[in-house]
Design a protein around this ligand. Structure first.
Ligand SMILES: [Zn+2]
Length: 414
């Protein structure tokens, strides 16, 4: 895509003066992307080919650390494993963060070799989050090459633990460390430019465990059976009514237990994922799960013929919790994103989702999650793909949003 005209100062009426697009250094940074698309593609391929399952992000973190250092940032890795590169602003008391998660859902040993043809790269993790990570590095490079000094300090964070049981631990640690100074967070996640996530979907992951004495299927028949109890409780739970608005969902995702077909099991486990647009509904659904499991255990005990050989115990553990939250419609971050959309001619819709932005939003810090341009598909599958055509639009949009909230240092940068 050719660089667009920059002569539209009115687009930045919501962003503090001077208008970003009028600044020649910003213009140079925006143009840097189109001039470096081939090397951005190569970098994305290299990063994607370093395996990074959640909790094993170390090697990929080291690679991102040297790329951010080469972009002139002072870089460290914190004790959680997050890579943090700092671009010091005129005002160091306030920071804005742009982040991309390092981890993938793919277990160790997954073939992550990138297959490439004319328009497409394919590999597990190529888009989620190869696209976001390479964008993080490219944006840092563009600011460096254009000698831009921001007003607020900018932190470039490649964070661990976004996926699955990583449970957003990387972003939790970052928000913990910078909370008092942190004014905005922009999470780059996957591809595309058609959405902006401003609403955090609250979710919980729970594990039910029911245990009993266990025994022989024939000689101990009538003894309480944990799998029976789990089935009884589960049937009750899946009949729970959930509202369509606020949208609320549940999923019985994994069942384990038992030793053999002719044994009364000594334990049964069930993993459940519940999500809602409303924190209240989430709380209601979690207590419904506990009540149903309790009732299932009671039913099984009452119908057991032989209670002399022991009873059933049960518990429900919280495996993970992602808090909800929402960006205010009048927030400067949303205004900066809208201005960037207008400038790049992009249209985007607001979405609710479960992302790294959940964590800052839940404590009242402005945050969004956006794609980093181009097109991708098949996320979380071995068939994942990415097409870089149009990537520069996503990079420009992210850069302008970032500078919209960081501001430019008043004294003219070098
Ligand atoms: Zn992702």
């Amino acid at each position: 895509m050719p660089a667009r005209s920059f002569a539209s100062p009115h687009l930045y009426r919501q962003v503090p003066a001077p208008p970003l697009a009028d600044n020649p250094q910003v213009r140079a940074a925006l143009e840097w992307f189109a001039q470096n698309l081939a090397s951005i593609n190569d970098e994305q391929m290299r990063l994607t080919e370093i395996p990074a399952p959640s909790f094993q992000e170390g090697p990929r973190a080291a690679a991102v650390k040297s790329l951010l250092a080469a972009a002139g940032l002072s870089v460290q890795i914190d004790k959680t494993g997050n890579v943090i590169g700092e671009l010091r602003g005129a005002n160091e008391k306030e920071v804005v963060m742009i982040s991309a998660h390092l981890d993938t859902v793919f277990p160790p040993g997954t073939d992550v070799k990138v297959r490439r043809d004319a328009n497409r790269m394919s590999a597990p993790g190529i888009s989620d989050n190869g696209t976001g990570l390479v964008a993080l590095v490219a944006i840092a490079r563009s600011l460096h090459e254009a000698h831009i000094k921001p007003e607020r300090t900018i932190l470039f964070a490649a964070n661990v633990g976004e996926e699955g049981e990583g449970n957003l631990r990387g972003m939790r640690a970052l928000v913990d460390s910078y909370r008092s100074r942190l004014k905005a967070v922009i999470a780059l996640d996957g591809s595309g430019t058609e959405h902006v996530t401003t609403k955090a979907l609250a979710s919980r992951r729970l594990e039910v465990l029911i245990t009993g004495p266990g025994g022989h299927s024939w000689s101990d028949f009538g003894m309480p059976n944990p799998i029976n109890a789990l089935v009884r409780g589960s049937v009750r739970f899946i009949n729970t009514k959930v509202p369509t608005s606020p949208r609320t969902t549940f999923n019985l995702g994994q069942v384990e237990g038992g030793t053999s077909v002719n044994s009364i099991p000594y334990e049964a486990r069930l993993k459940v994922d519940i999500r809602s647009e409303s924190e209240d509904e989430l709380v209601r659904l979690e207590s419904a799960l506990r009540e149903c499991i309790s009732a299932g255990v009671r039913d099984e005990m009452e119908s057991a013929r032989d209670r002399s050989k022991g009873k059933l115990d049960w518990k429900v553990d919280l495996l993970g919790s992602r808090p909800g939250g929402e960006l205010g419609a009048d927030s400067p971050l949303l205004a900066a994103l809208r201005a960037a959309d207008e400038f790049t001619g992009n249209q985007s819709r607001i979405e609710r989702s479960s992302t790294d932005a959940n964590i800052p939003l839940s404590v009242g810090i402005d945050a969004i999650s956006i794609g980093a341009g181009g097109n991708g598909g098949g996320a979380h599958s071995l068939q994942e793909w990415y097409e870089p055509a149009g990537r520069e639009l996503g990079l420009q949009r992210a850069l302008l949003t970032l500078l919209g909230v960081s501001g430019l240092a008043q004294e003219k940068a070098r």
